[in-house]
Design a protein around this ligand. Sequence first.
Ligand code: CP
Length: 311
Amino acid sequence: MMGRGLLGIEDLERADIETILETAERMQEVGRRDVKKVPTLRGRTIVNLFFEPSTRTRTSFEIAGKRLSADVVNFTPASSSLTKAETILDTAKNLDAMAPDAVVVRHAVAGVPKRIADELGAPVINAGDGAHEHPTQALLDLLTVREEKGRIDGLTVTIIGDVAHSRVARSDIYAFRKMGAEVRLAAPPTMLPADVESLGVKGFTSLREAIDGADVVMALRIQFERLAGALFPSVREYSATFGVDRAKLRYAKDDAIVMHPGPVNRGVELSHDLADHRPSVILDQVRNGVAIRMAVLYLLAGRTRVEREEE
Ligand code: CP
């Protein structure tokens, strides 16, 4: 269904997304057991290849693999032969020679997971590449919204912040649109993507207008490590205009939920109160990240190399 890996939501059909969500909904039950382990991927090997820091994505891929009884190897760039000038592609090819059944890749440069996927026998899962895509984040966001609202079709989802440079936003726009939601963006002009129209979404520079009647309010992290300081005059001004707090949330529907992919800059994108309390569902997103990654690993690493090659 996802071909030889999961590189982005843009490549998926709605039916593929439905299959992943339904599989993840079955996986959620494993996470509620006393013994959180099933033998589904016994004998399979998953390699986590993270060239950028991560807490949620890397850990949840590891937990997901272990809950399915796979052997999970966490590759650490700082203690690898990358420090002896071995290239990323040579590194990936050498790891592939050890016959993993899936390779999970995060990199600061857009397109690196695809470049690796083109060379490898194992399916590659994009765990976030530059400002391109973060497909499993969008899938866990869909799962969380479906859990909360019982549907995605017909909902209004407002995404706030540095959309232009956010892989989470790009994947979420594709995901929520494919599943029938209306997507609105709210940001200073410097943070709205140039291709708003072609993405099929509406861009707003007024948070109040963008939030008006929304079912889902999603705040993005300000990426201070990626030139964010050049995109708005001051953190204080950004927070006053685009930071979400209970006063601004009043314009959304009464039962609106608040989401954030993490890590949260408290008091900047979200008030401290909303970072910790409902209607924010941030830790539900994290919990659902394990189920989504179990589903993706099951769907991709469940087949043997021979089965994949015969496709
Ligand atoms: N949401 C997300 O990608 O978080 P991490 O960077 O901690 O993996």
